[in-house]
Design a binder for this molecule. Structure first.
Ligand code: PEP
Ligand code: MG
Length: 538
């Protein structure tokens, strides 16, 4: 049995599928039979094309045609005769193996793209790298598994899963995932809760203890994984699974009930989403609004920025689906563990403390403005609120608001409609914002406490690092003091205070947050009903 961090509740039984790491060692070898080497390359090229076409169709169905676009550009590169021709010429002239020839050609393409001034062309280097890796994998006879799983009931076992890996998981086949590294509030864990699949992260070395095909029981309640269990244990877990699912069914009766505490206070439970289609699940679970739309997921798994129009459609879809319920849309919070390869941002020593979120947006109005314009335009169709992430001073908030005002002016000039009085708030996720909450609450319409980051910054404990996860404690007095201070400050100035960090859905934290007078709890849709039950019992 392996112990890790319980990242997403539930139980699953399935066969292990190990996600290989992407780094591939390429050795240059002299080959006599260049004809055979050329054929190997052609075969790998064809297989890559076939895989990408299948992935594209699947992605269109599951994550939308806009996101699937990235695969079309990969297919185009595979069909580019100049690219394939360059590899074959290299094999012939230098008498080298296909892997080495491919590696050299891909490297020279990457160099050329990277040296271009045009941002769009620069971004193409990531595509070339991805395609190159795929062909290399196929030459080595390996297949990148996440999108091409054949059997159902698979447990993905990986050293790590990025948020973009998780976004592509096929829920009809993947019943759980387990990783070596990561913490309970890393974005892959948050995604697992959204997908409602059990997950255990931070096991340290699960990839060393499991082979492809091993039978695994994933216990997302205790945070354990059992490798090749015997019949009795399987029976025991089947019973646990049944009881767990029955409990969930029972909770469903709370979907249409108002959340009122024993003392008669009405509390709102909202949901966090990453993609527009997640609203379905929110409505099914009786969410009273969207407390956090993590818009980053509209930007990942693709080759370039989503346009203003595309974003407008996504935001409009969500606000319309939620009817007059509040929808808090957060401006782009890229950085930390959420990366956008096509932005070609330099590697940073401390990504969570670096060029991210509002800092990047204020520096890149070419990215910020289209998003703000899309949000404003969508505000004409429902109860949309805008929220800025990672704010650490009043000045930063005022700068962001200023850009928003500029967008309002532009839209006015263009004769477009939007809600001029929409509410503008901030995430309180830096200790600086919590300490300055009283000052900030004079300027903003609402706060939403982002405990995932607030805890890591306050306790200097990386939310992604399993080795120090014991320090990552929502109940630490320093964290609780900052939370209370923030809620009190908001109330003092007549403002609403919500929480959208994972702590809001944490069963043991809810009673304390209620006592502090938190107005809105926003959490993964899968946590809503249990939270409602707890709040109603308190
Ligand atoms: C948070 O930091 O608590 C939060 C909700 O934002 P994210 O998890 O996306 O960083
Ligand atoms: Mg955050």
């Amino acid at each position: 049995m392996k112990k890790g961090i319980a990242a997403s509740k539930g139980y699953a039984i399935g066969n292990a599928l190990i996600k290989e790491e992407n780094s591939i060692n390429v050795e240059k070898r002299y080959v006599k039979n260049i004809y055979k080497e050329e054929k190997r390359f052609e075969k790998a090229l064809e297989l890559s094309k076939k895989q990408l076409k299948e992935i594209k169709i699947k992605s269109e169905r599951e994550i939308g045609s806009d996101k699937a676009e990235v695969f079309e550009s990969h297919i185009m590169l595979l069909e580019d005769e100049e690219f394939a021709g360059a590899v074959k010429v290299k094999i012939k002239i230098e008498h080298i193996n296909a892997e080495a020839a491919l590696y050299d050609v891909v490297s020279s393409y990457i160099k050329i793209f990277n040296s271009m001034k045009d941002e769009y062309m620069k971004e193409r280097s990531t595509d070339v790298k991805d395609v190159g890796n795929r062909i290399l994998n196929n030459l080595a006879g390996q297949v990148f598994p996440l999108n091409e799983i054949e059997n159902d009931k698979v447990v993905i076992v990986a050293h790590d899963l990025t948020p973009s890996d998780t976004a592509l998981l096929d829920k009809s086949k993947v019943v759980a995932f387990v990783t070596d590294i990561g913490g309970g509030t890393s974005h892959s864990s948050i995604m697992a809760r959204t997908l409602e699949i059990p997950a255990v992260v931070g096991t340290m070395d699960i990839t060393d203890s499991v082979r492809n095909g091993d039978l695994l029981i994933v216990d997302g309640v205790e945070g354990t994984v059992i490798v090749n269990p015997d019949e009795n244990i399987i029976k025991e877990y089947r019973a646990k699974m049944k009881a767990y699912n029955m409990d969930i069914d029972k909770l469903k009766s709370l979907a249409d009930v108002e959340t009122v505490t024993k003392s008669g206070k009405k509390v709102d439970i909202l949901a966090n989403i990453g993609m527009p289609q997640d609203v379905e699940q929110v409505l099914e679970n009786g969410g009273e609004g969207i407390g956090l739309f993590r818009t980053e997921f509209l930007y990942i798994n693709r080759t370039g920025m989503p346009s203003e129009e595309e974003q407008f459609e996504a935001y409009k879809y969500v606000v319309e689906k939620m009817e007059d319920k509040p929808v808090v849309i957060r401006t782009l919070d890229i950085g930390g563990d959420k990366k956008l390869p096509y932005l070609s941002l330099p590697e940073e020593m401390n990504p969570f403390l670096g060029y991210r979120a509002i800092r990047l947006c204020l520096d890149r109005e070419d990215i910020f403005k289209p998003q703000l314009r899309a949000m404003l335009r969508a505000s004409a169709f429902g109860n949309l609120r805008i929220m800025f992430p990672m704010i650490s001073s009043v000045e930063e908030f005022l700068r962001a608001k200023d850009v928003l005002k500029q967008c309002m002016k532009e839209l006015e000039k263009e004769g477009r409609t939007f809600n001029r009085n929409l509410k503008i708030g901030i995430m309180v996720e830096t200790p600086a914002a919590a300490i300055e909450a009283e000052e900030l609450s004079r300027y903003v319409d609402f706060f939403s406490i982002g405990t995932n980051d607030l805890i890591q910054y306050t306790l200097a404990a990386d939310r992604m690092n399993e080795k120090i996860s014991y320090l990552y404690n929502p109940m630490h007095p320093a964290v609780l003091k900052l939370i209370k201070k923030t809620i009190d400050a908001a109330h003092k100035n007549g403002k609403l205070c919500a929480m959208c960090g994972e702590m809001a859905g944490d069963e043991s934290s809810i009673p304390v947050l209620m006592e502090y007078g938190l107005d809105e709890f926003s959490m993964s849709a899968s946590s809503i009903l249990r939270a409602r039950q707890i709040i109603m019992e308190n």
